[in-house]
Design a protein around this ligand. Structure first.
Ligand code: MTE
Ligand code: MOS
Length: 763
């Protein structure tokens, strides 16, 4: 918060350090015929130029499919696809080398959109399905049926710190890499594979990131590997730090989705059947797209019981940079879709959309099993809905909105509440594990190291706090070591909101072992001076920097004193903890099981106002109520709640990725890509945590909160859709996501033209 955090590119250059960057493809799709480096290599300051031919190890990598190249060999698959690595003394030399390398590329027709990909049959992997009941029969029998489609847009991560890595070659072919990565272990493995050396020769360190939001989960490995390749070849430290524009153009984003849906329901709005087809634009490689699509499918129910349900999902391969993890990880796309459907049902039946939501909401004792068979345990959704309905004065304000709309010739308002029921855990079972190293030093100070990375979400603070609490010492007596693969091996990315759940639990495990060991040692030291009675080790309490007998609290030793005495008596003061999330079992082939450990639940109600002549949208008021269990750190949780909501607000309103017909990103800078700023904050923004809630399964009865708030911003979009419905049902129906000013205006304008021509026919 002080602004003094050092990001990687703030680190002063090492003596001898070189700069690395790359020359990417000028076309979205093409066959490389030749690469001529001769002139470029003569430029003063250019130290080396590398192509795929210089890669000593594997040329392909990827977390799910090994279909990504570091440097293109035969084809280029998106604009900016790296072809030549440029290593130079100065930025100037890099820029002139970029202009001087001669590329001969035979251009091939690019596939850019989901429609293009479907027409060309360009997919990644097979179609995925999750179903329950007989959806076709149920659709045919349903009282009412609606069909429709929705497209949701991508999103640029817009982390403040661009992708950055510094590689330092070591002795005997070893390599140390400082990387701005959410996933040091994967970066380590990819670098080792590319260099053709064992994993233990590579150490990846991440002190912190200046934001990540999923964008540095898989894709930070690319700059890390580029720096490492340059360093191993030149035997000099090498640094790569993408410029903002470069980063925006050439790294992956949130997946745009398209859905087609058919829903059956009765006159009360109760959904009896839902059939869904999801298509995602995955970009040019697989990355973690199958898991993202799968989460979109899991969250296609959002908070609603769907007795007959079928969702199919397909990944489209296109000539865009490979799309990747982004806060919510497919969840927001799934949720936007069902919330759109609910709005359509409400509009069709002339009912309040919140009533439709509440009658479809998962129940507490029944109607609480998801289509994939996991029960929504300890379901607080009904309570959240009714509590916020009341505290936000939803009903009164809904009537006011109607009154306002009837009276205002220039503005139209909308008010809408949407829930979130976000499944916490990695849906890939193996990732739900973590280890932690806890060292107590002889002065009683403590260091903890985990595989969790800090990206501004407050993980290090939480871990420090957890360790301090477990050992009963001051927060200030604990430090968190920079995340590094030599202290913690085979770690998971810090993602899926489970950074604290996993790494915190592993740290707790280590602390408890240390406490038991120390209690065993301390008990005889706390013997009653009069009776000589030694307390049981279980009887000792660690608190306020003391270790005391809970029966006779005046018998104590300070933690510091205990540390030095234990050391002197040769008691081990270090421990490695481990945690694996229990109860996670999902069968992908049957689409059945428990992919999640628990659900983080919440609701938000948003009120918007749209200018009918400009399409400008203003968020008048937002009320959020979220169940985060017992907060570990309320300040951090508030930050995640407001930040996540605002990031979601950007996705559903102003953030729009525009590409040229050649597949070049046009909205590649803050001037053309509009993220929310301080002026876009809702005029009233009430954030509340559900009281008296506690997770029965998770660490310290807390619940993960990194991603779920983003999904609550869907309420801003549904509010906009509701506002449009006052203009005409057709305008509401036409709305896609994001609801930019332009989109809103066009939806309203086209309706006017339609109704005008209608009128014409009637005359
Ligand atoms: N908050 C900040 N300030 N910066 C970030 O990059 N990433 C989000 C979320 N909150 C992010 C953030 C994403 S995508 C995830 S998955 C979680 O934090 C990861 O951290 P956690 O598991 O410790 O919550
Ligand atoms: Mo977050 S998208 O799981 O890194």
């Amino acid at each position: 918060m002080s602004g003094r955090s050092i990001f990687l590119n703030d680190v002063p250059p090492a003596r001898n350090e070189l700069l690395v960057d790359f020359l990417g493809s000028p076309v979205a799709h093409g066959r490389i015929k030749s690469v001529d480096l001769s002139a470029a290599s003569k430029i003063p300051g250019v130290v080396a130029l590398f192509t795929h031919l210089d890669i000593p190890g594997h040329k392909y990598f990827g977390s799910i499919l090994k279909d990504e190249h570091l440097l293109a060999d035969e084809t280029v698959d998106h604009i900016g696809d790296p072809i030549v690595l440029i290593v130079a003394e100065t930025r100037l030399a890099i820029e002139s080398a970029r202009k001087t390398v001669r590329l001969d590329i035979e251009e091939l027709p690019p596939i850019l959109s989901i429609d293009d990909a479907v027409a060309a049959g360009s997919f990644i992997g097979e179609q995925m399905v999750i179903e329950r009941g007989d959806v076709l029969a149920a659709l045919n029998q349903s009282e009412h049926r609606l069909d429709g489609s929705l497209s949701t847009g991508g999103q640029e991560h817009f982390y403040f710190e661009s992708q950055t890595a510094i590689a330092e070659p070591g002795e005997s072919g070893r390599m140390t890499i400082h990387s701005s990565t959410q996933h040091p272990s994967e970066a380590q493995q990819i670098v080792a594979d590319i260099l053709g050396i064992p994993f233990n020769h590579v150490v990846v360190i991440c002190k912190r990131m200046g934001g990540a939001f999923g964008g540095k989960e898989t894709q930070a490995a690319v700059p890390a590997a580029m720096a490492a390749l340059a360093a191993i070849k030149t035997h000099r430290p090498c640094r790569i730090a993408l410029s903002k524009d470069h980063d925006m153009r050439y790294t992956g984003k949130r997946h745009p989705f398209q859905s087609r849906w058919s829903v059956g329901f009765d006159s009360s709005g109760l959904i009896t059947a839902l059939s869904l087809e999801l298509l995602a634009n995955a970009g040019c490689t697989c990355d973690v797209s199958p898991s993202i699509l799968e989460r979109a499918m899991f969250h296609s129910d959002n908070a609603y019981y769907l007795p007959n349900f079928r969702v199919t999902g397909r990944l489209c391969r296109t000539n865009l940079p490979s799309n990747t993890a982004f806060r919510g990880f497919g969840g927001p796309q799934g949720v936007a879709n069902i919330e759109n459907i609910i709005e359509e049902i409400a509009l069709y039946l002339g009912k309040d959309a919140l009533d439709v939501r509440q009658i479809n909401c998962y129940g507490i004792d029944d109607r609480n099993t998801t289509p994939y068979g996991q029960r929504v345990e300890n379901n607080n959704l009904p309570r959240l809905f009714s509590q916020l309905r009341q505290s936000s004065e939803y009903d009164r304000r809904q009537r006011e909105v109607e009154k306002f709309n009837a009276a205002s010739p220039t503005k139209v308002r909308g008010l809408s509440m949407t829930p979130v029921n976000f499944g916490i855990a990695f849906t890939s079972k193996k990732l739900n594990q973590a280890n932690a190293l806890v060292n107590i030093y002889t002065d009683g100070s403590v260091m903890v190291a985990t595989g969790g990375t800090e990206m501004g979400q407050g993980l290090y603070t939480r871990i420090r706090q957890i360790v301090a609490d477990e050992l009963g010492i001051e927060f200030g007596d604990v430090i968190v070591a920079p995340t590094s693969t030599d202290k913690n091996n085979n770690t998971s990315p810090t993602a899926a909101s489970s950074g604290t759940d996993l790494n915190g639990a592993a740290a707790v495990d280590a602390c408890r072992t240390l406490r038991e060991r120390l209690a065993e040692f301390a008990a005889p030291l706390l013997a009653d001076p009069k009776t000589g009675l030694v307390p049981l080790p279980e009887q000792l309490r660690f608190e306020n920097g003391l270790v005391c007998d809970s029966v006779q609290p005046e018998q104590f030793i300070t933690f510091r004193e205990l540390a030095i005495r234990a050391y002197q008596e040769r008691v081990d003061l270090g421990e490695r903890g481990y945690y694996a999330t229990p109860g996670i079992e999902y069968n992908r082939s049957t689409g059945r099981g428990n992919p999640f450990s628990y659900f983080t639940q919440g609701v938000a109600v948003s009120e918007v106002e749209i200018d009918r002549f400009t399409g400008q949208l203003k968020v008048r008021r937002v009320d959020v109520l979220i169940d985060a269990g017992q907060c570990i750190n309320p300040g951090i949780d508030r930050g995640q709640l407001s930040g996540g909501f605002m990031q979601g607000l950007g996705w559903v309103t102003t953030e729009e990725l525009k590409y040229s017909s050649r597949g070049e990103l046009l909205s590649n800078s803050p001037t053309t890509y509009k993220i929310p700023n301080i002026g876009d904050l809702p005029e009233v923004f009430n954030l509340e945590f559900l009281e008296n809630s506690a997770s029965s399964v998770n660490l310290l009865r807390s619940k993960a909160l990194g991603e779920p708030p983003l999904l609550l911003a869907v309420s801003v979009w549904t509010a906009a859709k509701q506002a449009l419905s006052f203009v005409s049902p057709a305008a509401a129906n036409r709305l896609s996501l994001p609801a930019t000013g332009e989109t809103l205006l066009l939806a309203m304008e086209q309706t006017k033209i339609c109704s005008a021509s209608h009128a014409g026919i009637q005359v």
